[in-house]
Design a protein around this ligand. Structure first.
Ligand code: GLY
Length: 350
């Protein structure tokens, strides 16, 4: 079995390290700030269906494969010491104006053509499911199969499980230490670690808020609520003690400073969908960097004789973690990866 050095301790790096150690590899994982990356900032949605857009059918298939693995993945983590907090209540998608409703209808039509029907509901029907939804919600969708997980508990659970399986975690940056196999899982920073990734992985900034439920405030919704408000997407992901509200999307290099405009948009749009959040506490404002790829599909597989990559997960890193780890362990065994994730698919010679 090989000695594997993992560069990056987010959800992808930890998941791959854990599974590689379970498969018998000697694994060391390097990350200078494991709780500062995009996995820490994230909302934790496991949402292949409500992230499905026309033209991204390969991503939908990968997401569906991965979400099916999540219950066992979470149960294994719980058995290893820490329950990651998988939420199985599902997702509703809400629309306000006519344009937003037309866009959700187009998404529902697209999914139906792919054989993935979702329930279309009126505003009243949605409010019956989720009483926290406000009167501006005029219609939308119910998608019980889109789940969520507490990303921060998940990181903790993965580290516990990885260390239990034998992974050595170094809280320092990978600086070229020799290894039989280097596994690059450094998210938006991955391109700096191998020339074949130059121009293929870019940072996509997302601002996100954390709200705490306060005594007397409207109860925390049971389901993830996604919405379109005058064309702007917003989501509210429940936690036991509040909500995570996200997320903006912009490309400004490695900038992680939240902006006034981003926070204003998120608060205004979230309050239109769930008016009760006005009584919640605002406990955190943050920005993370999604690792964007040219087609939003991750790059997973071998780059050269001694390097494997798992990055470019764009908006779906947490969702795709179980599948990614499985594909990486297969790649360590010399097995091919699906063409959709093959890092050479953009015509680069590696
Ligand atoms: N998956 C949600 C986001 O990237 O904002």
């Amino acid at each position: 079995m090989e000695e594997v050095v993992v560069a990056g301790g987010g959800v992808i790096g930890l998941s791959c390290a854990w599974r590689a150690a379970q498969a018998g590899h000697r694994v060391t994982l390097w990350d200078p700030a494991p709780t500062a990356g995009s996995s820490w900032v994230a909302g934790g949605m496991l949402a292949p269906v409500t992230e499905a857009w026309p033209g991204e059918e390969a991503l939908l298939e990968l997401g569906l494969e991965s979400v099916a693995r999540w219950p066992d993945f979470a149960a294994e983590l719980a058995a290893a010491g820490r329950d990651p907090g998988l939420q199985t209540a599902g997702t509703v998608v809400a629309a306000t104006g006519t344009g937003d409703r037309a866009e959700l209808d187009a998404l529902a039509d697209h999914l139906a053509r792919l054989g993935r029907s979702v329930d279309r509901l009126t505003g009243r029907e949605l409010r019956r499911l989720e009483p926290a939804l406000g009167p501006d919600v005029r219609g939308g969708l119910s998608v019980p199969a889109d789940l969520s997980v507490d990303n921060r508990t998940l990181l903790d659970a993965l580290r516990v499980a990885a260390e239990k399986a034998g992974v050595v975690v170094e809280d320092r940056a990978y600086a070229g230490e020799p290894a039989e196999t280097l596994l690059i899982c450094a998210g938006a920073h991955s391109a700096a670690l191998h020339p074949a990734l130059a121009g293929l992985v870019r940072p996509v900034k997302g601002e996100i808020l954390r709200l705490a439920h306060r005594r007397g405030a409207f109860p925390v919704p049971g389901r993830t609520i996604r919405a379109l408000v005058d064309g702007r997407p917003v989501y509210l992901v429940p936690r036991p003690d509040g909500l995570v509200v996200g997320a903006t999307q912009s490309e400004q290099g490695f900038d992680t400073e939240p902006t006034v405009g981003g926070v204003r948009d998120l608060l205004r749009d979230a309050e239109r969908i769930v008016p009760g959040i006005a009584e919640y506490g605002l406990t955190e404002v943050a920005a993370g960097l999604r690792p964007g790829s040219p087609d939003n599909v991750p790059l997973i597989g071998r780059l050269d004789e001694r390097t494997i990559v798992a990055t470019g997960h764009s908006r779906n890193g947490i969702l795709l973690a179980p599948l990614t780890a499985e594909l990486v362990v297969g790649a360590l065994r010399g097995e091919p990866v699906p063409a959709a994730v093959e890092p050479g698919r953009f015509g680069r010679t590696t």
